[in-house]
Design a protein around this ligand. Structure first.
Ligand code: BTN
Length: 270
């Protein structure tokens, strides 16, 4: 199985560098940093900052979506960010999050199948526990997207037994799913390769929507969505042309642009 090997103590994060590539042409490694997203944003002020990856063993102020804290113990997981100056219109900016989700799924799929929960979560395809998530932060100037920082956190070699009580029910990790320690450097290498390709496609005008829709396990499920305007209940039926989740509710179809799928229930037929 690709990458499902014990961590090679000689391998370093720098082994994932591919100098010819835009994303991952350079990697900056930190033992501890506040947030890799903030550092990747800073690097974008340098000419060589586009595509530079920031990896940290530990974040003292790791952020999740919707103002949450991202918890990850040092030395076990993958916490990385990359900043890019996208060649993209602001109105197409939503495509970056879906592209990043597809890349993260691709990177894990050589180890174990993982599912995508709209918009940016990696889940255990079996029991729906969260394996990882993405935080995409963008800067808009006029009608262009002038910067995007893609932050990715994946629980890799973090045993559920070692997770804090507030996370353990809803979270899992690759080591739990694969059954043995996972090579984090190999995972990063595959992630950067996939992300480089996905971003190239987005910039070439090829929307990730159809491939994301096919991969997203939220579609077809009965969901409760915590959206800006309140809770929405219904059946998730589509990802629309702007990346929004379309939910069929008792009151009709609602397109949710941003929010969190708080609960997913699949109807099992005999
Ligand atoms: C989520 O699921 O809520 C998104 C989690 C994103 C976490 C990653 S870890 C690397 C990067 N740096 C951060 O501060 N957050 C992202």
């Amino acid at each position: 199985m690709v990458g499902a090997v014990s961590e090679n103590p000689q391998a370093t994060w720098y082994d994932a560098v591919r100098p010819q590539r835009r994303i991952g042409g350079a990697i900056e490694v930190h033992e501890t940093i506040a947030s890799t997203n903030d550092r990747a944003r800073e690097l974008l002020d340098l000419p060589e900052g586009d595509g530079c990856v920031v990896v940290a063993e530990e974040q003292s102020a790791g952020r999740g979506r919707r103002g949450r804290t991202w918890t990850s113990p040092p030395g076990h997981n993958l916490t990385a960010s990359v900043g890019i100056r996208p060649r993209l219109r602001a109105r197409d900016g939503w495509q970056i999050g879906l592209a990043a989700a597809l890349a993260a799924r691709d990177a894990c799929s050589g180890l174990v199948p993982v599912a995508l929960k709209w918009p940016n979560d990696l889940m255990d395809a079996g029991d729906g526990r969260k394996v990882g998530g993405m935080l995409v932060e963008t800067v808009v100037e006029g009608d262009r997207l002038s910067a995007a920082v893609i932050g990715i956190g994946i629980n890799v070699n973090w045993r559920r037994d070692d997770m804090p009580p507030e996370l353990v029910d809803g979270a899992t990790s690759l080591i739990e799913l694969v059954g043995s320690e996972v090579d984090r450097v190999g995972l990063l290498r595959r992630l950067l390769e996939a992300l480089d390709l996905e971003i190239m496609l987005v910039e070439a005008g090829r929307s990730p929507r159809d491939r994301y829709r096919a991969a997203c396990s939220t579609i077809g499920a009965t969901v409760t969505v915590d959206a800006a305007g309140g809770m929405i209940e219904g059946r998730a039926i589509d990802i629309d042309a702007l990346g929004s989740l379309v939910v069929e509710t008792a009151a009709g179809k609602i397109s949710v642009t941003s929010g969190e799928v708080a609960s997913v229930r699949r109807v099992v037929t005999a």
